[in-house]
Every structure is written in C-alpha cells, then in structure tokens.
Design a binder for this molecule. Structure first.
Ligand SMILES: *[C@@H]1O[C@H](CO)[C@@H](O)[C@H](O)[C@H]1NC(C)=O
Ligand SMILES: *[C@@H]1O[C@H](CO)[C@@H](O)[C@H](O)[C@H]1NC(C)=O
Ligand SMILES: *[C@@H]1O[C@H](CO)[C@@H](O)[C@H](O)[C@H]1NC(C)=O
Ligand SMILES: *[C@@H]1O[C@H](CO)[C@@H](O)[C@H](O)[C@H]1NC(C)=O
Ligand SMILES: *[C@@H]1O[C@H](CO)[C@@H](O)[C@H](O)[C@H]1NC(C)=O
Length: 542
C-alpha cells in the first residue's frame, strides 16, 4: 500500500516536472517577440464544406459559417484574456476604433472587416478564407482544433534581404542590450570568434567573419600597457585626435621619467621585443584589429621586466593617472614562484594589485606559454601574476584552424593552443592567433598573423574595455568583471585541455551565430536564431 502511494507520488512529481518543462519550452519558442508570444496569426479556413453545387447557396452558407467562426474566436479571446502575457496590449487592440462610430469605421476601410479588431476575415482565395487574429500561444492550440480550420500560422516578420545583411541588428540589440551595435568585417577570426556563440559547421552553412561590438567600443576607458617600447605611428592608431594614444612614461630601476616622444618610444637596443608593445596595443585597441577601437592607450615603457619596475609603475599610475572604474591593466609577462615560498616582493605585488583593483580597475594577465598547469603541484610552482585573486588570467586557443578555408576540415574547433598554460588558475580562454598591424624597423607598415598568450590577454582587455564603456553605471572591479565574463562567456567548449577544470571562452555578450549565406541547418541561438519547429519541441517533451 505504502509502496503504491510512493510510486504514485513519484509519478506525480515526474508529471509536474514534465509539464513544467513543456510550459517553459512553449514560452521559449516565442521569446523573440517583444510581447512574449502574443502575436497576430493567420488562420486558414476551409470554405468548401457547404459546396453542394449551387453557388448562391454555397456563398451564403459560407458567410454564415465564417461569421460564426469569427464570433467563436472573438469570444474565445475575450474569455481567455488571462492567457496573454500583455493584456494591456490586447485591450488596446480590442478598442482601437472605439472612438469611431460604426459608419466611420466602415469608411476608414475599403472592405468590411466586421466588428472585432481581435479577429476578422481579410480575404478569400479559392477554397480558403483567411482570418487574422491576435492570439496568445495557448489560444493558437485551441484555434487549430476548431472545426473547418486548416491551420493557424504566426504572421512572421521578414528580414530585409539586402545582400550583406544576413545579420539582424535589432535582434543583436535585443540580445545584448547594447545602445548601438558596431559591425566590422574582420580580416581574421580573432574578432569574429569573440562576438558569436559556439560555432558549429553542423548548424551554420558559412562562418560569419563579422565582429559585432558595443558602439561605445571602449570610449573613455584607459588601457595601460607595460612593455619595452611602442610605435604608435601606424594607421591602426591614426585617430589620436579623438582619444589618447601615447607613450606615457618610462620606468627604469624603479625611477619614472617622462617619455621624450608621444608616438614612437622604442629602445634602440631592444631588437627582440621591438614590435611587441605595438602589437599588444593594436590587439587591444587598434582601429582594424583591436577589440576596443575607441579606448585610450597608455604605453608604459619598462626597460626591464623587473618586479620593481612593475610595482612602481602601478603605484605611479595609481597616484597620477588612475580614474576609478575606467582603468584596465594588461600584464602579458609573468613568471612562477615556489608554492609556499611567497616572498615579500610577491606579497607587495599582490597587495598593490588588490588595492588598485578594489579602487575600480581590472587586471588582465597572460597565462604562461609553457604548456603546463599554472599551478604545478609536481614542480611545486605557481604562475604569477596570473594566480593572484585580483587578476583575470587568460589562456589561448588554436583559432588559426578556424579560418574560412579550414572550416569543416578540422574537427579541432576551439582547442587549447598547444603552448598555452592551463588549470584552475586560467579564468578565461581567448583566440591565441591574432592579425596585427605594426611598423617595421624601416617604418614600413606590416600586417601579420602572430600568436602567443601575450596577445590573448590584450584582446580580453579590449573586450573588458567595451563592457566598461557600455555600462558606465556598473562599478567594476577585477572580481566583479570576472563574474560578468563568466555569465556571458561560452562554457566548456575548449577542447584538449589536459585536466578536468571547467573552461570559459571569452564572449562580449553577442551569442547569435549567423551564417553569411543565410543558410542554417538547425535552430536556436547557435543557428541564426531560427525558429525551432514544433516537431523538434515535441520530441524533446517526450
Ligand atoms: C476542405 O474540405 C473539403 C470537404 O470536406 C475537403 O475535401 C478538402 O480537402 C478540404 N480542404 C483543405 C485544404 O483541407
Ligand atoms: C627608458 O629609460 C632608460 C633609462 O633612461 C633608457 O635607457 C631607455 O632607452 C628608455 N626607453 C625608451 C623606450 O625610451
Ligand atoms: C599587456 O600585454 C603586454 C603583452 O605582452 C605586456 O607586455 C604588458 O606588460 C601588458 N600590460 C601590463 C600593464 O602588464
Ligand atoms: C586559412 O588558413 C590557411 C592555412 O593556414 C591559409 O592558407 C589561408 O590563407 C587562411 N585563410 C584566411 C582567410 O585567413
Ligand atoms: C613563450 O615564452 C617564452 C619564454 O618562456 C618566450 O621566449 C616566447 O617569446 C613566448 N612566446 C610567445 C608566443 O609568447
């Protein structure tokens, strides 16, 4: 007896659970519509039912049948107003012509559409009479099963089909809540990848190379880049009249000196890292290749990557240039120290970073490129500054195989770059292969695809700048920014990570995946936001 009872209880729980899922699915199907599913529907009515050969009789009887059907549907709507998610809108529609007399209403239109604004016949074609009705999703199901109804189909909004606009700007605005949508054709996939959800060639016919970003694009946000030198004399930085781009100051052995020039500050002896700073700056904020093309760039020259130069540089900025909730620091260097052997320098470094972060800055650093876990229990080492609590640690993926030519041939989508460190310390992965523009030693402009975690990190810094510029009312710190990135990022899509830690792939908030040729093999957000048809839903429900 008791057993039967509990089985019954179990069954009820399962049933309730299933119906919850079902209800949610129905809702989800309609979320594209601003009114949450209430919509105008086209109702097809079979008008041959009374065809007994005599045309007059047929026409008359059909009119009676149609009128009675319109009445029934009108009453159905009125009696079920509670099934609408926006009753106010329903009543507005219902009373649209209320201020007019019947005669005026008739004069307004070239045909008689009857008394109801909620359901009315619009035309007849062959054996079908077409009605328009404003229905809630629940009522659609009821109407479909009324007598003589052939079908009831949503009056869908069509996309304007201009040649390039396979994407829908309003749809993007609705998803991201950006005030304006910036769209740039990206010449390499490092930008397009971060402004679309998980791309799968099973769902998309042609990879979308566009970069979509908030129109504010990092405006009034300061990105501080520490490097051995910079050359901002490149078209990527040609808009110096509308934002700050400059060599800020030079720190050598802890002493700060002003930079002699704003545009080009290269150390003549520094051959190896000659282009490094410029490429990092371009990745974060270059006009063509950067993720935040309107952000300010402060190039901080450190002739040696030494602890003391970085710490004094940070404190100098804190005291002189820092603006709360407007600052991003990107560290592409790092090292490791022995676990449990944190010395005073590491402690100071950590404290300075924590303090500036709490004042309203976001720190981003590159995970090492040694292909090992960032906390290495075997070697007893830990990467810093990546492992600091107040630093967002960035790893890289092998996106070089994601370009248009290679799509489809490589099953290794979104795989961790061979060189990238990994592990629980790595907070987010980003494209590791990046196209940059820079000036070579002969002042000739070059464009190349380069790689390394020191480029994934400024790419993320740029994305963060666009988030900060778009939502100036949110007072971000490193920790709250990381929470935010976790909310909007793509989870657990990185492959070939040698451990079980959950992974996050950077995303700027736009997840709809479009196909450049407008062809889709699936439905939902990863397939151009195509409507999923009922069959797919009923399969899920069973
Ligand atoms: C309409 O009804 C007639 C008579 O029942 C039937 O023969 C015809 O197939 C129906 N048409 C449609 C489109 O359902
Ligand atoms: C920075 O200052 C040091 C010491 O004065 C100098 O040797 C170095 O060349 C400077 N770097 C740049 C890029 O100006
Ligand atoms: C930003 O990234 C570059 C690239 O490696 C790195 O050299 C630089 O130190 C980073 N910026 C900061 C503030 O650490
Ligand atoms: C795609 O990758 C292949 C092989 O690396 C390369 O030859 C081709 O130029 C790339 N295409 C683009 C558009 O980057
Ligand atoms: C990887 O790290 C090594 C030093 O550990 C450095 O020499 C090299 O330039 C780095 N490569 C990239 C692509 O960052």
């Amino acid at each position: 007896m008791r057993l039967t009872n509990s089985i019954f209880l179990l069954l009820s729980i399962i049933t309730i659970f299933l119906s919850t899922i079902k209800a949610r699915n129905i809702r989800k199907k309609y979320t594209r519509d601003s009114t949450n599913g209430d919509n105008y529907y086209i109702i097809f009515v079979n008008n041959t039912l009374f065809d007994i050969g005599q045309n007059n009789v047929k026409r008359q009887d059909n009119t009676i049948m149609i009128n009675s059907l319109v009445n029934d549907i009108h009453n159905l709507i009125i009696e079920n107003k509670n099934t609408y998610s926006n009753i106010k809108k329903l009543e507005e529609i219902e009373n649209k012509d209320a201020h007019l007399s019947k005669r005026q209403v008739q004069e307004q239109y070239l045909q008689d559409y009857g008394d109801s604004n909620l359901v009315y016949p619009v035309t007849t074609f062959k054996d079908k009479t077409i009605l328009i009705a404003y229905l809630s999703p629940d009522l659609v199901e009821t109407v479909k099963f009324m007598p003589n109804i052939i079908d009831c189909v949503q009056n869908r909004k069509l996309k304007m089909r201009s040649e390039n606009n396979y994407y829908d700007e309003n749809e993007i605005k609705q998803e991201t809540q950006w005030k304006n949508v910036g769209i740039r054709e990206s010449l390499y996939n490092h930008l397009s990848l971060i402004s679309q959800g998980h791309y799968s060639e099973k769902l998309i016919s042609q990879y979308d190379n566009n970069y979509y970003y908030p129109g504010s694009s990092g405006e009034d946000i300061d990105i501080f880049i520490f490097d051995s030198g910079f050359n901002f004399n490149h078209p990527e930085f040609s808009d110096k009249d509308s934002r700050i781009i400059k060599c800020a100051f030079n720190i050598t052995q802890g002493k700060v000196t002003p930079s002699k020039t704003d545009d080009i500050c290269l150390d003549p002896n520094d051959v190896y890292y000659r282009y490094h700073g410029s490429q990092v700056a371009d990745t974060a904020a270059g006009i063509k290749y950067g993720s935040a093309k309107r952000a300010n760039i402060y190039g901080v020259i450190i002739s040696e990557i030494e602890d003391i130069n970085i710490i004094t540089g940070l404190l100098y900025i804190k005291n002189n240039l820092f603006r709360p909730h407007k600052a991003i620091f990107n560290f592409s260097f790092g090292d490791y120290y022995k676990l449990n052997e944190e010395d005073e320098v590491i402690k100071l470094y950590k404290e300075v970073v924590a303090e500036i972060s709490n004042l309203g800055a976001v720190f981003v650093a590159a995970a090492g490129n040694d292909s090992r876990p960032s906390i290495n229990t075997r070697a007893n080492t830990i990467d810093f500054p990546c492992a600091f609590d107040d630093v967002i640690c960035v790893g890289g993926i092998d996106n070089k195989y994601l370009n248009v030519t290679f799509l489809g041939n490589r099953p290794t989508m979104y795989r961790k770059a061979m060189y990238s460190n990994y592990g629980s310390v790595v907070n987010v992965y980003a494209p590791g292969y990046i196209m940059v523009g820079y000036q070579d030693a002969n002042h000739v402009n070059q464009e190349i695809v380069t790689y390394g975690n020191s480029l994934s990190s400024p790419l993320v810094a740029g994305v963060i700048a666009t988030i900060m510029s778009e939502y100036p009312e949110i007072q971000f710190t490193t920790k709250s920014m990381l929470d935010y990135l976790n909310r909007i990022g793509e989870k657990n899509i990185i492959q070939y990570v040698p451990d079980e830690n959950p992974t996050l792939f950077i995303n700027n908030g736009k997840h709809i995946v479009y196909s450049e040729d407008n062809k889709y093999m699936g439905c939902g957000i990863y397939s151009g936001n195509q409507k999923c048809n009922c069959k797919i839903f009923s399969k899920i429900n069973i």
